[in-house]
Design a protein around this ligand. Structure first.
Ligand code: GLY
Length: 258
């Protein structure tokens, strides 16, 4: 049974406004509001019974508050990724010393060039890891990732992406066989065996929820998602992530949970 004891987050910097975005029509994030949303996010996680490591902002890396991308953490060890976005690649060197506080040398592996992989493309379902093949995560990165998993007695499988940035932009597992699916994942054969909560197009961003020790954290402003999750019997906490949405960020990419 999954249980998270630790969470790593990084405060956003003022440079968040320069983060990569596919949604420029939403405007640039407002730093003070992003900080407030981030504090609320941390408070929500605290309510879920985890220890939280809060890292300082890194102005040199506008997207570095999205700590989920430069590392993937499993129950057997941690994988330092090789982010496919050039402006984010240096984040791997910033996260590694933090990962080393929790894992020994033999529990740490790396994705090496020419492989690329970002943690937002990895969805953990027990000991199986679905990996999105995206503009950020390539075939070689996935090959290396699956080899590492196999060497630890874990397994994974590739899911090609057509439209979304990262796998978890559109599909998220909330334990107990329940999976939120939107857009291209609604009828995807890889997820046919799960109890699917189909997210309507107008709430697609809300598909990015996180399960933390029995509670599901849901983004503010997605009532159909919230209702569906509550009807499944979960405790829920709603957190506003609208400033992070402006730079394609969401609930899952704001933390590493393990
Ligand atoms: N702005 C988040 C990302 O593109 O990775």
């Amino acid at each position: 049974m999954t249980r998270f004891n630790h969470v790593i987050v990084r405060r956003p910097g003022r440079s968040l406004a320069e983060g990569i975005t596919s949604a420029s029509e939403l405007g640039r994030p407002i730093y003070e509001r992003a900080l407030e949303e981030h504090r609320d996010y941390v408070h929500a996680l605290e309510r879920c019974g985890v220890d939280i490591t809060i890292l300082s902002a890194l102005e040199a890396y506008p997207d570095s508050c999205f700590v989920e991308d430069p590392a993937v953490i499993t129950r057997c060890g941690a994988i330092i990724t090789n982010p496919g976005a050039p402006s984010r690649n240096g984040e791997k060197a910033e996260i590694e010393p933090v990962i080393r506080r929790f894992f020994s040398d033999d529990q740490i592996a790396r994705i090496e060039a020419p492989g690329t992989l970002e943690g937002g493309d990895v969805m953990m379902v027990g000991d199986h890891f679905f990996v999105g093949r995206s503009a950020r995560t390539n075939e070689e990165g996935i090959r290396q990732f699956l080899d590492i998993l196999n060497s630890w007695g874990l397994e994974g499988s590739e899911v090609p992406l057509r439209h979304v940035l990262h796998l978890k932009t559109g599909v998220n597992y909330i334990e107990d066989g329940n999976m939120l699916v939107s857009g291209e994942f609604i009828n995807h054969s890889a997820f046919a065996c799960y109890n699917k909560i189909v997210v309507p197009d107008e709430e697609a961003y809300g598909a990015n929820c996180i399960w933390v020790n029995g509670t599901v954290i849901v983004a503010k402003g997605y009532p159909a998602v919230l209702r569906a999750v509550q009807e499944l019997g979960y405790e829920t906490i709603v957190v506003d992530t609208s400033e992070f949405r402006k730079v394609d960020g969401g609930l899952s990419c704001l933390s590493l949970r393990f």
